[in-house]
Design a protein around this ligand. Structure first.
Ligand code: ST9
Ligand code: FAD
Length: 615
């Protein structure tokens, strides 16, 4: 039986009933795609995900890739290779690609809904198969206009199914990417030789694709005006594992000087190789400059933005299947008597009869559904960006709101998912949850990474406040506040919930206000910046709760209206559950924001003044 339990009804409810994504189908860049086709796509990917893609999930975890230090190669487990081939052969990865790379133009909201299914079933499949999506960045020269070489390389990457990696991290440069010391030396033929050691590189070595294209941040040496300190001195290089004929894509047979010199043993996502990559140790590691421009960090952020959305979606997809597994178990597991019918001979009931289990299940359900909607809502702004770009325009507001929401999807989404998977989903199984017989222990191990890579939660909190609020001049947060305020100015059936939502909005706005005041006060006393940074993660989590609460109320009201129109059977149960999860989240989670605000208001410098030895 498949470990993966999907929730197609909820995905479709979000897309078509709450967010009206039908309106972006059949028009503009999605003119060839109607709602019926979109539903059929979801249904097909759902089936593939639950069957072939989910199949090796546990097996590949127990028998992870084998690294051979002699040959510096990796053997991926056979079961995983079968699933990889099934995914590649299915062509569904093409929904993420533009038409010019033989993609199937699909609005981002539908894409991310489809990818939730792949990521929930077996996330490393997505990571290994992302070569095509990486090709899009190469095609665009990282956003700076691709050269002829970039475009040909991208074409081969897609047509020949090459793998790809993003190569930033070094032993002494993790969160602080600008501390990287890997160097790039210009060559007479216009190419570059890369020298250095990179760490933790996902998919850095594998034996499933003919070639791997590494996108590497390195610091040019000896070229005037470039290669200075920090992130702005980094350039982005395209470094293939094997050299290839640029016109035909055929491998020339020459092995380039980039090797996996270690593969990490780790807590989760074990089938995904995490490699130390050594460049230019003996054989030169030859690469070329992406877009022929020195703009590495901005180019790499095109990849990072996509990867951060992917990580949040992965985390939330895992919480969803964790909850649905827990729910199934809870409906079958009998233990204890009903509180109202105690006694030694009283009939034993399924654990869904116990109030605390119900609290736990509804906590899982409401967070899962709210965060799934957060992903789809964020993607709906990407729909606007996509539609504008298709006609050579830009939708500035949508770009800014998407930017504001990304750290919430990634940072908040991964924190809430990983914690709830452990404290609620696994817990529902009792001791059985701790066993390898059920997927929960693997979910917890596999989801932890989501709070770490692609920028830790601390980094997401700082990105949210310093870049997406302050550097943005408050535009996006202003638009978000406006949206909530106009929603609250209307009437809806969840009257009490709207009142609580209003208070929550006030609490979050209050914390943003006080952080801005602290930042302003830093002009007088720089130590006030510490106060701001003591609250950035808090704000990330508060804003996440607020947005999820808002979206759940919207969804709950759509469901309430449908119930009022009349529904029966499973549909009635589904809609009743939607109203219940909105009410539960708003009444049980949002009131905590008032306490968070009070804590934020009490922030002082005592923690920063404490001597290190006192910790
Ligand atoms: C990793 C991979 O962990 C894990 C899983 C891999 C799975 C791969 C497969 C799937 C992915 C497929 C992707 C395909 C691609 C699709 C693309 C489709 C088209 N937003 O604030 P400053 C830029 S990888 C945008 O001064 P510092 C910006 O250019 C490792 N841009 O920062 C800015 O200049 P300006 C992940 C941003 O103090 C410049 O950076 N590692 C953003 O110099 C400098 O900004 C990390 O994520 C943003 N939010 O450096 C590192 N932020 O201001 C985490 C910055 O002029 N650390 N830029 O515009 C950080 O993010 C740090 O904050 C830092 C700080 C490095 C940016
Ligand atoms: P550090 O940066 O040393 O952080 C340690 C702790 O300090 C963290 O809690 C962090 O939040 C905190 N911290 C650090 N700086 C600050 C600050 N300024 N303010 C507040 N708190 C701070 N990298 C790639 O380039 N490519 C990949 O494909 C890739 N895949 C990965 C896969 C896995 C399985 C793992 C584990 C990592 C991967 N990484 C990859 C690296 C990953 O992005 C980094 O691990 C991550 O950015 C954190 O860096 P670090 O591990 O050096 O931790």
């Amino acid at each position: 039986m498949s470990h993966y339990k999907s929730n197609l009804r909820d995905i479709e409810f979000n897309l078509f009933d709450v967010l009206d994504r039908g309106s972006v189908l059949g028009v503009g860049p999605a003119e060839d795609l109607d709602a019926e086709t979109a539903r059929a796509m979801l249904s097909e990917v759902d089936h593939l995900a639950r069957t072939k893609l989910a199949e090796p999930y546990a097996e590949a975890d127990r028998n992870p890739p084998i690294y051979d230090p002699e040959t510096r190669t990796v053997t991926i487990p056979e079961s995983f290779k079968v699933a990889y081939k099934a995914y590649i052969d299915s062509d569904w990865w093409r929904v993420e690609l533009p038409a010019e790379l033989d993609g199937q133009p699909t609005p981002p909201s539908l894409r991310w809904s489809l990818m939730e299914l792949v990521l929930g079933a077996n996330a490393p499949l997505y990571m290994y198969s992302a070569g095509g999506k990486f090709a899009e960045v190469v095609h665009l020269g990282g956003g700076d206009g691709g050269t002829e070489r970039d475009k040909l390389t991208a074409k081969h990457m897609v047509e020949r199914g090459w793998g790809a990696t993003m190569v930033l991290t070094e032993p002494d440069a993790g969160s602080d990417v600008g501390a990287g010391t890997t160097k790039a030396y210009p060559q007479a033929d216009g190419s570059w030789h890369i020298e250095g050691v990179k760490r933790f590189i996902t998919s850095g070595e594998q034996d499933m694709t003919e070639n791997i294209i590494h996108l590497v941040l390195a610091r040019p040496v000896g070229v005037e005006g470039v290669g200075g300190p920090g992130t702005k001195g980094l350039s982005l290089f395209v470094v293939p594992k094997y050299e290839f004929d640029l016109q035909t894509g055929e491998l020339t047979g020459e092995r380039n000087g980039v090797y996996a010199t270690n593969v990490e043993k780790k807590m989760g996502i074990k089938v995904s190789t995490t490699c130390e990559l050594t460049f230019g140790d003996g054989t030169p590691a030859k690469g070329y400059l992406l877009g022929e421009v020195h703009n590495g960090i901005a180019q790499m952020f095109k990849v990072i933005e996509h990867a951060r959305m992917m990580v949040g979606t992965k985390a939330i997809a895992t919480l969803s299947t964790g909850y649905l597994n827990a729910l199934e178990y809870a409906k079958e597991r009998k233990q204890g008597a009903d509180l109202l019918n105690p006694g030694k001979d009283a009939p034993r009931v399924t654990i869904t009869h116990h109030p605390d289990v119900r609290r736990s299940l509804m906590t899982q359900k409401s967070f899962t559904e709210g965060m799934r909607l957060l992903v789809a809502w964020t993607a709906s702004f990407q729909d606007r960006v996509w539609a504008a770009e298709a006609i050579g325009e830009r939708d500035d507001d949508a770009e800014r709101i998407n930017d504001l929401l990304l750290p919430i999807v990634k940072g908040y989404g991964s924190e809430r998912s990983w914690v709830l998977l452990g404290t609620e989903s696994l817990q529902t199984f009792g001791g059985s949850g701790f066993l390898a017989d059920y997927p929960l222990e693997q979910y917890v191990r596999d989801a932890k990474i989501d709070t770490l890579y692609e920028g830790t939660t601390a980094i997401q909190g700082q990105d949210l406040f310093f870049r997406k609020i302050v550097k943005d001049g408050g535009r996006a947060i202003g638009l978000l506040t406006e949206e909530l305020t106009s929603f609250l100015a209307t009437d809806g059936p969840l009257t009490e919930e709207r009142e609580i939502l209003k208070s929550a909005l006030d609490d979050v706005s209050g914390v943003v206000g006080l952080m801005i005041n602290d930042l302003t006060a830093a002009a007088e006393d720089p130590k006030n910046t510490y106060k701001v940074a003591l609250n950035t993660t808090r704000l990330l989590m508060m804003l996440g709760d607020l947005v999820v609460g808002y979206l759940l109320v919207r969804a709950g009201e759509v469901a309430a209206a449908k119930l009022a129109d009349g529904a029966s059977g499973t549909e009635e149960a589904f809609l009743t559950g939607k109203v219940a999860s909105a009410k539960f989240f708003v009444s049980q989670v949002l009131p905590k924001l008032a306490a968070e605000r009070r804590i934020a208001e009490k922030t002082d410098l005592s923690l920063m003044e404490l001597p290190e030895e006192a910790f």
